[in-house]
Design a protein around this ligand. Structure first.
Ligand SMILES: NC(=O)c1ccc[n+]([C@@H]2O[C@H](COP(=O)([O-])OP(=O)(O)OC[C@H]3O[C@@H](n4cnc5c(N)ncnc54)[C@H](OP(=O)(O)O)[C@@H]3O)[C@@H](O)[C@H]2O)c1
Length: 327
């Protein structure tokens, strides 16, 4: 038997239950889990699943780390047997918030000795997204970028990669506390979206720096004004919905007159398109970065039976660092 986290009822609390340890099928592996973060995408998945799937079988948790202890049939599962891996779950049939998880061997990537289990548990979702953003920036020859929700773990990775690659990053945060946080870690361009002159400041700075791509995970009602302030020909990449707004209004005239392009980004889709080899290469790069500059701040660690407390702690101050479930 194993312990795992479940949602007791739609809109209810996370609870720990004992269930049978799953058995890997062909192409799959069984992982003894070590750590898994609480990410915004986990909370979105919990909300969506509560609305439409079978809660009796749904275990939350998209990414994590652990050791492969049983291999199903196939070359890749056998290759990973005994290895410490970063892994992602196979929704909705598995989740990382459990003592054991079965997933496809293709969802596992061996961790280098330089990365511990905790950092390794966060090495897929955000670091790979940050790398993908810089691929997009280079493919389209953008000279500078705008990074919304810049105090997030991913936002800080974008800032760090911008510095490394000498691409100016305009960081948008939502309060003075986050401004100080970023100032103290050496960010040059920081704009507070709650300040009176925010839109005017953004317009001026984005034109001065030729920042023609906005990465936005907030998607608030302010987006309309933000887009209006961007240089002509800019691209807007929507990759999150932290505001929780279901619909926002965008002025069509601004899109037409300023030749603005809006598109969505989802790492899962990009990873599928990349294929195993490219993903392995990106993971190697992530390993290199995480063993030097790209350390993710950890704010708290909780056992599985305190998963609800882990989520509540995380939600009080998301910028303070990641909250991990440890097994
Ligand atoms: N599309 C994809 O493939 C993909 C991949 C990776 C990540 N993401 C998205 O990237 C975003 C960041 O993830 P993360 O793990 O880096 O987050 P994180 O470290 O947990 O931090 C979340 C940040 O967002 C801020 N925030 C929360 N609600 C906000 C709002 N309504 N307006 C402005 N800021 C708000 C928080 O500020 P406070 O501290 O003030 O709460 C915090 O700074 C999430 O939306 C996530 O879903 C998407």
């Amino acid at each position: 038997m194993m312990k795992a986290v479940f949602l007791e009822k739609p809109g209810g609390h996370l609870v720990m239950k004992e269930v049978n340890i799953p058995v890997p099928g062909p192409g799959e592996v069984l992982i003894k889990m070590k750590a898994a973060p609480v990410n915004p995408s986990d909370l979105a998945r919990i909300r969506n699943t509560a609305a439409g799937h079978d809660l009796a079988t749904f275990i939350p948790g998209i990414e994590g780390s652990g050791t492969v202890v049983v291999a199903g049939k196939g070359i890749l599962p056998r290759l990973w047997l005994g290895k410490r891996v970063a892994c992602s779950s196979e929704y909705p049939s598995s989740g990382t918030w459990a003592e054991y998880m079965v997933t496809k061997a293709g969802n596992c990537f061996p961790l280098s000795e330089k990365i511990n289990d905790e950092q390794g548990s966060m090495s897929l979702v955000n670091p790979l997204t940050a790398l993908a953003f810089f691929e997009i920036i280079k493919e389209n020859n953008h000279k500078a970028i705008i990074n919304n929700a810049a105090a997030s773990a991913l936002g800080r990775m974008v800032e760090m990669l911008g510095k490394k690659q000498k691409i100016p990053v305009i960081n948008i945060v939502r309060n003075q506390h986050q401004t100080e946080l970023l100032k103290n870690s050496g960010s040059q361009y920081i704009l507070d979206s709650s300040s009176f002159s925010f839109i005017e400041d953004l317009g001026k700075l984005s034109h001065d720096l030729k920042a023609t791509i906005l990465f936005d995970s907030v998607c608030s009602r302010q987006l309309d004004n933000i887009i209006d302030a961007l240089p002509s020909g800019s691209s807007v990449i929507i990759y999150g919905n932290l505001s929780g707004e279901e619909h926002i209004m965008i002025n069509p005239r601004c899109l037409i007159n300023n030749d603005i392009k809006i598109s969505g980004f989802y790492l899962g889709r990009r990873a599928k398109k990349n294929g195993l080899l490219k993903n392995m290469m990106n993971l190697r790069e992530v390993g290199r970065l995480m063993s030097s500059d790209m350390k993710i701040k950890i704010r708290g660690r909780f056992p599985l039976d305190r998963a609800q407390e882990a989520v509540d702690t995380y939600l009080v101050n998301m910028s303070a660092g990641k909250v991990l479930l440890v097994m």
